[in-house]
Write a protein that binds this ligand. Structure first.
Ligand SMILES: [Fe+2]
Length: 381
């Protein structure tokens, strides 16, 4: 089996090792002649970024880059990115990186032509229709981690720097026109990022699979995504140069974000405020929260995990899956408690309040309340 293919679901994806070389062709496909590459501060100085800028430069597309992007990007980063985009007279964005570079890059392309303020486009009801769709610049997404799956998503998460709340900004045209998934770009990821980002993708699949909403395509994608991660995340963690494992994880990450059109749940509802208040790593936080959330949801999801466990190579149905999750976390160096990430008991009332209004709540199979969320945070702490 060769790990190279062209896909159009959910968008055009050029998948395979070495395919970053096709970035100039992707720019032509998206109609971009003056791209602005948007990435985060950490990635800006790394060889993969220099190599990518060299590819653009050699094709006569320049080497413009904006990288004033924090790990949890906020509206201040966005305003600076839009200013850089306008000053450089760019006509499209290459969103490059993990979640922060991808999310902020997508938002630079979105906001470059809008008149209304960013928060008017939060993912509430039909607020996205307030946007001028014709003014949204084309986006090429290039993930350098295997986790967020933002490269196949129609939304970005932006933190409000004043309230610390993480807001989801949604528009159908924020879905990148072209995605380049090149697993060689993920080879340099340190172990704890491989684990944390991989377990974010795992949480996307577990929560999508658990969500009660009707979406059989997403259900199937979530199941196969879990299987790939159970098989290949340990390999990618042990040997970062294992290109087959890196490729399968990159697929699984895109599958997780495709699947969660079906919904997320309590893991993400908890993880978003924890990340906003304590600046914790998103995927690592999800992994710490997952065992307690599986316990809360057990009765509602037992049947479907009883069916899935055999396919996932696990004995014992739901209970076997629940036990496996703790072993999986332990084998990947994930702490057992939120307190290990610096979360304090005093913060629980604020975390519960923000979790209750998080859009992820709606996909949890057990309705979330002040009481059960407080108990979840206490259990995870
Ligand atoms: Fe996530």
């Amino acid at each position: 089996m060769t790990l190279t293919a062209n896909w159009s679901y959910p968008t055009a994806i050029k998948f395979g090792a070495g395919r970053i070389a096709e970035l100039p062709a992707a720019c032509a496909q998206a109609g971009i002649k003056r791209p602005l590459l948007v990435t985060d501060k950490g990635l800006a100085g790394l060889p993969v970024t220099a190599q990518t800028l060299d590819i653009l430069d050699a094709a006569g597309l320049g080497r413009a880059m904006f990288s004033e992007v924090d790990p949890n990007p906020n509206e201040i980063n966005l305003a600076a990115g839009v200013a850089a985009y306008k000053a450089g007279k760019h006509d499209g964005v290459i969103a490059f990186g993990g979640g922060s570079g991808l999310d902020l890059g997508k938002m630079v392309a979105f906001m470059a032509g809008q008149i209304r303020p960013l928060w008017d486009f939060e993912d509430i009801g039909d607020w996205w229709t307030r946007a001028d769709a014709d003014a949204i610049a084309p986006i090429i997404a290039v993930p350098t981690t295997a986790g967020t799956g933002s490269e196949v998503g129609r939304a970005s998460v932006i933190t409000n720097s004043e309230t610390h709340a993480k807001k989801i900004i949604f528009h159908p045209k924020v879905l990148p026109t072209v995605v380049i998934c090149d697993p060689e770009l993920t080879v340099g990821m340190p172990k704890f990022i491989t684990a944390g980002t991989g377990l974010d993708a795992f949480a996307h699949c577990v929560e999508a699979f658990s969500s009660p909403h009707y979406h059989p395509m997403s259900q199937g994608i979530a199941l196969e995504g879990m299987r790939l991660m159970i098989e290949y995340l340990p390999r990618a963690y042990v040997d970062g140069n294992d290109i087959e494992a890196r490729a399968q994880m990159m697929s699984a990450a895109a599958m997780g974000a495709t699947a969660f059109q079906k919904g997320l749940g309590a893991i993400h509802a908890m993880s978003h405020p924890v990340g906003a208040y304590f600046n914790t790593h998103h995927g690592t936080t999800n992994a710490v929260c997952m065992p307690a959330v599986l316990d809360l949801n057990a009765d509602a999801i037992r049947d479907r995990f009883d069916r899935a466990a055999g396919y996932l190579g696990l004995k014992g149905g739901f209970d076997g899956f629940r036990a496996f999750v703790q072993e999986f976390n332990d084998s990947l160096g994930i702490p057992r408690k939120l307190s290990d990430l610096g979360v304090t008991a005093e913060a629980i009332p604020d975390l519960v309040r923000d979790a209750l209004t998080d859009p992820s709540c709606g996909g949890n199979p057990v309705p979330l309340t002040r009481n059960n969320l407080t108990a979840l945070f206490e259990a995870a702490l």
